[in-house]
Design a protein around this ligand. Sequence first.
Ligand code: NAP
Length: 279
Amino acid sequence: MALLIDGKKISTEIKEELKVKVAELKAKGTEVTLAVIQVGHDPASTVYVGNKKKACEFIGINSLSYELEDSITEEELLQLIQQLNEREDVNGILVQLPLPKHINEDKVIMTIDPKKDVDGFHPQSVGKLSIGQKGFVSCTPAGVIQLLKRSGISIEGKECVVLGRSNIVGKPMALLLLRENGTVTICHSKTKDLKEVTKRADILVVAIGKPRFIGKEYIKEGAVVIDVGIHRDENNKLCGDVDFDDVVDHVSAITPVPGGVGPMTIAMLMNNCVESTEA
Ligand code: NAP
C-alpha cells in the first residue's frame, strides 16, 4: 500500500510552528502584516483570498484587505501597490491572480517591492532562486519540497521529473529539486515520448492541468508521485492531474487530491510572510 502524503497534516504542522514564531516576533515588538488585493469578484479568487485571510488570523498575521472593483485602472492599482511598498507596517503584498484583461499582470508583479513579494513571482525572486540565493520562492513548489522532506523522502541523487513548465509551478519546482541535489528533467507539451521520460522518475511531480491524465503507464513501479493538479470532474468531485485509483497500488507514495499539495500553498505563503520580516 502506498504512503499517502498528508498535506493537511503537514500544512497544519507548519502553521502551528509559524504561530509560535509570530508570537515570539510580537513579544519582541515585531508585527507581521500582509496586504491582500483582490480585483473583481471571481468566485474562485474570493474563496482563495478568504482562505488566506483565515490562515493569517490563525497564525496571528495581520491582514489588510483591498477589494477593488473590476473597473479600477491599471494605473490606480499600480499606485496602490506603490503606497503599500512604501508603508513600513506592511511586510508582504499579495495580488490575487488572475487579473481582469485590461490590467497587465507582469507590470503588477514587477511593481511589487521584491522585499514584499511573498508570492515569489517577481523576476528578482525567480532570479535569486535560479542562482541559489535566499529569496521568496513560489508557494506551491515550496510546499512540495516540504511534503517530501517531512514525509522522510530524500531528494538527493534521485531522478526527478517535473511535468509542466509554468512560471508558478513547473519551473520553480525544477529549480527547487535541483537545489536539493536531485537530477532534474522538465517535460512539457512538446516533449517526445513523454512516457519514456516520466518512467525514469524516482520522484514525479505532475502539474499539467489535465484531469486524471497520468495513469500507471507513465510511472515507474515504486516511484513517488506528487500531484499538483486540481480540478472538478463531471460529478463535481475534486481530482488531480493523476488518475489516483489507477496508480495508487503501483507507487510507493502519492499525494491525494484533495488533501495533498493544495493545503501546502497557503502554509508556504504564511511562511513567506513571516520570512518577509527578515527581508
Ligand atoms: P499551466 O500554466 O497550464 O501549465 C501546464 C504545463 O503543462 C505547461 O508547461 C504545458 O506545456 C504542460 N502540458 C500541458 N499538456 C501537456 C501534455 N499533454 N503533455 C505534456 N505537457 C503538457 O498550469 P499550472 O499553472 O502550472 O498548473 C498546473 C496544475 O496545477 C493545474 O491543474 C492547476 O490548477 C494546479 N495548481 C494547483 C495549485 C495548488 O495550490 N494545488 C497551485 C497552482 C496550480 P507547454 O508549456 O508546452 O504548454
